[in-house]
Design a binder for this molecule. Structure first.
Ligand SMILES: Cc1cc2nc3c(=O)[nH]c(=O)nc-3n(C[C@H](O)[C@H](O)[C@H](O)COP(=O)(O)OP(=O)(O)OC[C@H]3O[C@@H](n4cnc5c(N)ncnc54)[C@H](O)[C@@H]3O)c2cc1C
Length: 461
């Protein structure tokens, strides 16, 4: 009995159902990652590709420590797998589902192709804590609002086993294929902008668990209070690790006694609720797949965005809007490949509600530059802020970035950290658009642009 274990965005050894089930039932195993250039470029932004390369390198060396080779080959996802399965007479294929819509299609196709040649196909889901298809409201329809969704999930939650990589010796089968050079996934010579990421991040399963441990020890006991302050280390920064499946939400939640009748500390509960925002994003994507590029609330398709916005979009991307907190956040993103949740909301609100630029443009930039760029969370984050998603902020609630700055960065710690030219910014309180030509000024008047947005929103109500 010979079996193939496939990796995609489950770059971990523990809590890996595909590995454990394959080891349980089969004599010989091969571990494989297929790099389908088109598929990965369509589903991963540039920063994602850096992480993928680093994380695969780490996975390969962790397997090597166990005397197991990770075969990395290049080619068309389906054709390559079917070709290898036929050539080496594998009788089954195991994988953990990848919930990106493009991968869902590929995995369905793979299942059909394998059935045709009598090869068994086993697939598992640890991307989500609960299967989106099984969660419905009393009218047997999908939830569209987060709070009742969360309440329901909590009431039916059962902790799944957290799997440990099998201790028994694994017999491997060498497919003897020419290994694809991992460095070709992301070439640092051609992408010098990414060199700085290694200063801030260490991709891989080991680092994911270390990071979570530090968060539990240092920040969890204050999480609810400090999570909104971007200058603090108040959040776990686990998002890119979750994005690549180096750690599962199942593993994270197993550290809490999470069920309906147990009272958690307010900080623990808040952290779990954030993890459930991720669940909710995947849930909505699963039930309403059109949200990938269209508003959940279809009436907002008619919203009148600005037409000639390329200059302002470029200024937003480059952190040159003249609004300190927006520019600092865009610099943080460019420098580190990550941005704090509070400033994701502020920058997204500024783009869509002050510059009136379509949310899809911002989503695209985040998708390309965030290391944690995740189709479900990114799309739902943008729709929530711009007011067209499920459960979205009402259209008349428009963030004032200056007030946000005052409230969440009162001592300018965050803005000073990221803005080299901090001193050149006009003081938010006393903006004087006509005096001192040397000062950096906002590219739009916040109050006029706010009113313009309100007027346009009110038209499609
Ligand atoms: C416009 C916009 C775009 C976003 N794009 C992404 C994205 O591409 N990828 C991504 O993972 N998150 C995205 N988010 C959600 C959120 O900002 C990040 O998950 C969070 O900042 C990650 O930091 P953390 O791991 O320290 O979070 P923590 O506060 O430590 O939370 C732990 C985990 O809970 C989940 N989570 C936390 N907040 C949210 C949220 N608001 N929505 C959904 N899940 C959440 C994440 O998986 C996060 O890693 C976006 C939010 C907005 C407003």
């Amino acid at each position: 009995m010979r079996s193939l274990v496939l990796f995609s965005n489950d770059l971990r050894l523990n809590d890996n159902d595909a590995i454990n089930n394959a080891v349980e039932n089969h004599k010989e195993l091969s571990f494989l990652f297929v790099f389908d250039k088109d598929l990965y470029q369509n589903t991963h932004g540039s920063a994602n590709m850096w992480w993928l390369k680093e994380s695969l390198t780490e996975l390969r060396s962790k397997l090597k420590e166990k005397d197991i080779e990770l075969h990395i080959v290049e080619g068309d996802y389906i054709k390559k797998i079917i070709q290898l399965v036929a050539k080496h007479k594998f009788d089954s294929v195991f994988l953990n589902q990848n919930k990106h819509p493009e991968f869902i299609k590929k995995e369905e196709e793979l299942s059909k192709e394998l059935t045709k040649i009598n090869v068994r196909f086993y697939s598992y889901n640890k991307t989500n804590l609960q299967d989106p298809k099984t969660i419905l409201n009393k009218s047997l329809e999908p939830y569209k609002v987060y709070s009742p969704f969360y309440k329901h999930c909590k009431s039916i939650y059962h902790q799944k086993n957290v799997l440990i990589f099998p201790r028994k010796k694994i017999n491997t089968y060498n497919i003897n294929e020419k290994n694809f050079e991992i460095d070709n996934i992301f070439n640092l010579q051609d992408n010098k902008w990414a060199n700085k990421f290694s200063k801030y991040w260490k991709p891989g399963e080991t680092s994911a668990h270390k990071k979570l441990k530090v968060f539990y020890e240092k920040s969890l006991s204050n999480y609810k209070e400090i999570r909104d302050f971007p200058a603090t280390n108040g959040t776990s920064k686990i998002s890119p690790h979750l994005r690549f499946g180096e750690i599962t939400t199942n593993q994270i939640i197993s550290n809490f006694n999470f069920h309906e009748n147990h009272i958690l500390s307010k900080h623990e509960e808040h952290y779990i609720k954030e993890l459930y925002w991720r669940e909710f994003s995947y849930y909505i994507l699963s039930h309403f797949p059109y949200v990938v590029n269209k508003p959940f609330n279809k009436k907002y398709e008619k919203f009148q965005w600005e037409k000639n916005y390329s200059d302002n979009l470029a200024k937003w991307k480059n952190g040159r809007t003249g609004i300190k907190i927006v520019d600092a956040a865009m610099k943080e993103l460019w420098e580190t490949g990550w941005m704090h949740n509070r400033t994701r909301m502020i920058t997204a609100s500024f783009l869509t509600k002050n510059l009136l630029i379509p949310w899809q443009e911002g989503e695209k930039w985040f998708r390309d530059t965030l290391l944690d760029a995740d189709i479900a969370n990114n799309v739902m984050g943008w729709q929530w802020v711009s007011g067209c998603g499920t459960d979205a902020a009402p259209y008349f609630r428009i963030f004032n970035p200056l007030l946000q700055e005052k409230k969440f960065d009162p001592d300018n710690e965050y803005t000073k950290k990221w803005l080299k030219d901090f001193e050149l910014y006009e003081d938010g309180e006393n903006q004087d658009l006509f005096c001192n030509p040397d000062k950096i000024k906002p590219i739009v008047d916040l109050s006029t642009s706010r009113n313009k947005a309100l007027e346009r929103f009110s038209k499609i109500k």
